[in-house]
Design a protein around this ligand. Structure first.
Ligand code: GDP
Length: 522
């Protein structure tokens, strides 16, 4: 069945309209008094045709800071799921900035949108509805949800815009497009909105003016269409659609680790034959040099390779310097390669440097180097370099992971920089994690996921538990999620870990830390 979405601020009469249209045919009801938790679905029948209808729900909070994300969320639900959208405003109040923002998003989504100006209970009020044309909608319908006024006209048009039941051929054709684009936000309108907070309603447009504008602007708007920026993606969802893959032309890589683990040897192996450019970066210290390698259409910039090659005079100095360099390299990088010397295992300094990598928000790949020494055995089956029996890589990996617990998301590679073994894998993993850290999950997907999480499994004391209303990905690189909760408390670290792991099981984000922010609504 086609789907109609109803959007709008609270108290505009959204639920009244929804209830009127669905009667008792409502399937899911919000479970929180005062808070319509996610969305409510129902069914509506109009002159023999059926459609599903969704109340995008939610509460647009008073807190200014939270308004955008809630608006985005509603618009996103509508644009992702619905075939046609009804935005409801209160005709008896002034236009408010959340209305403008919501209208703007909806109109840019390329779906048919209808504006229902509600609470027009008497004819005398009707002219007021005209003011709302300024929101940029062609389809403006004064209605009274309470008294069942004007709803017929609205629903006629809404149903007209819905796709006809598809034939088999159409369904088979991937290029089949049934929804017309209906956009008429003009630049002029935007300038007025943006100039300052005050909104002065100009005289309403006549029908002719409106029609003229639509024709000119529909085309212009289609051409000028830009995808809205963060926090959500407002396009048809595909699970795990990675974001901006095409924009990602270069990944900055930091090679970090304590002295003598093989950083310069690895750099040589990575850049050796494929080395493309050696470029000092303007504005940095004279000896900061990056090396760039192009491979398979992707470019890898190894940051500050001069620093990697630098050797300290004494052991202690070299060690201190390796930490300083690691921090500096991390700042300039997207992905870090944490190099461990296989023959020594994870030392305290490795853990220290790994900690900085984790906190930096950069993606991490653990690279166990000098693996050749661990595997080459003599006639007696014992290792050549120390005469001990070889170890199972799985057991070895477990030891590394136990020593670097906070980096549980980091892929681990065994390589020999000296022999060039596993160097290909390094490139592949860098490319993978750099894609993963830029991945974006829509709020719709996130909340579907959230419903499935068994929070009973999170071993957190009751008094430290928070109730999560919903979650939205606010940023990429590293993926950052805002949790809208009932309490403004710092998340217990074990809960944070639990949630991050659940997110990873579901969405991946391989190699990247996951960050959280809490916003309490009360
Ligand atoms: P850096 O201080 O981390 O840059 O370490 P270097 O790249 O200078 O390497 C330190 C020492 O380890 C050198 O003697 C390298 O030849 C040796 N080395 C580096 N990688 C490997 C490897 O994969 N296998 C073996 N056997 N030795 C390595």
């Amino acid at each position: 069945l086609p789907l109609i979405a109803v959007c709008g601020r609270p108290n505009v009469g959204k639920s009244t309209l929804f209830n009127r249209l669905t009667g008792s045919r409502r399937s899911i009801v919000g479970d929180e008094p005062g808070i319509t938790r996610d969305r409510i679905y129902g069914e509506v029948e109009w002159f023999g045709r059926d459609a599903r209808i969704v109340d995008t729900g939610g509460v647009i909070p008073d807190d200014e800071a939270l308004i955008p994300s809630e608006i985005f969320r509603q618009a996103q639900v509508a644009l992702e799921e619905a075939d046609s959208i009804i935005m409801v405003v209160d005709g008896r109040t002034e236009l408010a900035s959340p209305d403008l923002e919501l209208a703007r998003l909806l109109l840019r989504g390329g779906k048919p949108v209808f504006l229902a100006v509600n609470k027009m209970d008497t004819d005398a009020l009707l002219p007021q509805a005209e003011n709302f044309r300024r929101l940029g909608f062609r389809n403006v319908f004064p209605i009274s949800a309470e008294h069942n006024g004007g709803i017929g006209d609205l629903m006629d048009e809404v149903f007209e815009s819905l796709p006809e039941p598809k034939t088999h051929e159409e369904e088979a054709d991937p290029d089949f497009e049934e929804t017309p684009t209906e956009v008429m936000m003009t630049e002029e309108d935007e300038e007025e909105e943006d100039s300052d907070g005050a909104w002065i309603a100009p005289p309403p447009l006549t029908e002719d003016q409106v029609r003229d504008r639509i024709e000119a602007e529909q085309q212009a708007a289609r051409e000028a269409y830009v995808e809205p920026e963060a926090p959500v993606e407002v396009k048809r969802p595909r699970l795990l659609r990675s974001h901006g893959e095409h924009e990602l032309k270069e990944t900055k890589v930091a090679i970090i680790g304590r002295p003598n683990v093989g950083k310069s040897t690895l750099l040589n192996a990575l850049t050796g034959t494929d080395r493309a450019i050696v470029s000092p970066i303007a504005g940095t210290t004279r000896d900061a040099v990056d090396e760039v390698v192009e491979r398979g259409g992707h470019s890898f910039r190894f940051v500050d390779t001069a620093g990697i090659r630098r050797k300290g005079k004494t052991k202690l100095m070299a060690e201190k310097l390796s930490v300083i360099m690691a921090r500096k390299h991390l700042e300039a990088a997207d992905v870090s390669l944490l190099i461990i010397d296989a023959t020594e295992g994870v030392a305290a300094l490795d853990a220290n440097i790994g900690g900085y990598a984790h906190e930096s928000g950069r993606s991490v790949i653990i690279v166990v180097n000098k693996w050749d020494l661990m595997t080459k055995v003599g006639k007696d089956g014992m290792r050549l370099w120390d005469g001990k029996p070889p170890v199972d890589p799985k057991i070895y990996e477990q030891d590394v992971r136990d020593a670097l617990k906070y980096l549980d998301y980091a892929p681990l590679l065994f390589i020999s920089a000296l022999d060039g073994k596993g160097v290909d894998q390094v490139f592949k993993k860098v490319e993978l994690v750099s894609r993963e850290r830029r991945k974006r999950v829509t709020t719709g997907q996130m909340n579907k996921f959230l419903e499935k999480v068994d929070f009973q499994k999170a071993s957190v004391p009751m008094n430290r538990r928070v109730r999560i209303y919903y979650m939205t990905q606010a940023a990429v690189a590293p993926p950052t999620f805002i949790l809208f909760t009932d309490k403004d408390v710092k998340m217990h670290f074990s809960f944070e870990r639990f949630l991050a792991n659940q997110i990873r099981d579901h969405f991946g984000f391989i190699g990247s830390p996951i960050w959280f922010k809490i916003k309490a609504r009360n």
